[in-house]
Design a protein around this ligand. Structure first.
Ligand code: PSV
Ligand code: MN
Length: 394
């Protein structure tokens, strides 16, 4: 393939690249780590306000990260209208509200699936609180990930827990406004090691279908067993119109939460290829592209910038796939020809094209270089002295 330029793109492909928007997780800007140690980073935000300021830097230099997800209670504030105003002043908006019903003593044996009705009530109420926040922040999506499950066979009734889950989800769903969505994330293990109550896309989809049209599945790329064909799941969920959001990240082993595209850029390309071929990249497609990452060792803002660039590169490559040639090769059962069409796009260097796109949008062609040269990291290191650095509380 010849080196692509802006002029060589179709108007549709250009516009999709120009409007691509990837939501940032507020928690990526706080400290995180493994169960062995959470290392502090100088300049780490102390408040949700400071997290938004850091997220706004990613948007300022990439122009492709205008929304920020909040995690409640990690990002609890007194006045959400004020937080919303603060975000707007910084040039970003508040995105999905993530519920956290996994870090309270009461949730030791589960939240919505707990055998204890009082705990289930508390978990449902925590979600209703999130919905109230959504109304104040203007957020569309309530994202639910549950740590619920068991560690030993026989510990609790698998079926009984599904019934409790369905009941809790119905009550939460009923509290949504018509323009709000419930997004149900799945994860095959961790922290539960024997069974997890929402382990896979099938379980999530069954609950969503039962709930109604405002319920959608969240696909976190790190939440699958090694070797899982994630793009197949993407294609399947798109087919039935129930892919609500991605949580993008990379895994080498378990749920590593590393930078998206770092472990397997070809997998990210294959995922974006399914998205593009289904027409699901458009801003109004209903699929939210969100990062869910932790930067334990690397600097956090550059880590998020790198992530945005990786998604943009995979997307640009997917947009370069010669769809006509691919369809013809597939019709003719030309196995290697069809595969070559995909590989041709994947092996194209799209970095000059994206640099040209950024310049056309008034951005620096090298977001990482420009951010590092800006002095922002030194400024926050000097300014954010004292107080309690934000962290994920593990
Ligand atoms: C669970 O591993 C998860 O992916 C969920 O999305 C949580 O909300 C998030 O991580 C917290 O980091
Ligand atoms: Mn996730």
């Amino acid at each position: 393939m010849t080196t692509p330029t802006l002029a060589s793109l179709t108007p549709e492909a250009r516009s999709l690249l120009e409007t691509q928007d990837i939501e940032l997780p507020s928690w990526a800007f706080g400290n995180s780590g493994t169960r062995f140690r959470v290392f502090a980073t100088p300049g780490t935000p102390r408040t949700p306000y400071e997290k938004l300021a850091d997220a706004a830097q990613v948007q300022a230099y990439t122009g492709a990260a205008s929304r920020v997800s909040l995690h409640i209670p990690w990002d609890e504030v007194d006045d959400y209208a004020d937080l919303k105003r603060h975000a707007a002043d910084l040039g970003v908006t508040l995105g999905a509200i993530n519920s956290n019903v996994f870090q309270d003593e009461d949730y030791k044996f589960g939240s919505l699936c707990s055998p204890d009705p009082a705990v289930r009530r508390k978990a449902v109420d925590a979600h209703k609180h999130c919905i109230e926040i959504m109304s104040a922040t203007g957020s569309r999506d309530l994202k639910i990930w549950l740590a619920d499950g068991t560690n030993y066979p026989g510990q609790d009734s698998i079926r009984g827990r599904q019934e409790r889950l369905a009941e809790g989800l119905h009550e939460i769903y009923a509290a949504l406004a018509p323009d709000q969505r419930l997004l149900l994330e799945y994860k095959f293990f961790e922290p539960a090691f024997y069974h997890t109550d929402v382990p896979d896309w099938g379980t999530s989809l069954l609950h969503c279908l039962d709930l109604g049209e405002q319920a959608m599945v969240v696909l976190d790329t790190g939440h699958h067993a090694p070797g899982t064909n994630i793009e197949f799941i993407v294609a399947q969920l798109l087919r039935v119109g129930r892919l609500g959001a991605f949580d993008f990240n990379s895994r080498f082993y378990a749920d590593d939460d590393l930078i998206v595209g770092a472990a397997d850029p070809f997998q990210l390309f294959r995922i974006m290829n399914e998205i593009v071929s289904a027409g699901a990249l458009a801003p109004d497609s209903g699929v939210a592209f969100v990062l869910d990452q932790c930067h334990n060792l690397e600097a956090k803002i550059p880590g998020e910038i790198r992530s945005i660039l990786n998604v943009q590169e995979a997307t640009a490559k997917a947009l370069l796939v010669d769809r006509g040639a691919l369809a013809a090769a597939q019709r003719n059962c030309d196995v290697l020809g069809a595969n070559a069409v995909l590989l041709d796009a994947y092996n194209t260097d799209v970095r000059p094209l994206l640099a040209e796109l950024r310049e056309s949008q008034g951005l620096d062609p090298d977001p990482m270089g420009a951010f590092l040269a800006s002095g922002y990291l030194d400024a926050i290191t000097a300014a954010r002295v004292g107080g309690q650095q934000a962290g994920w509380g593990a």
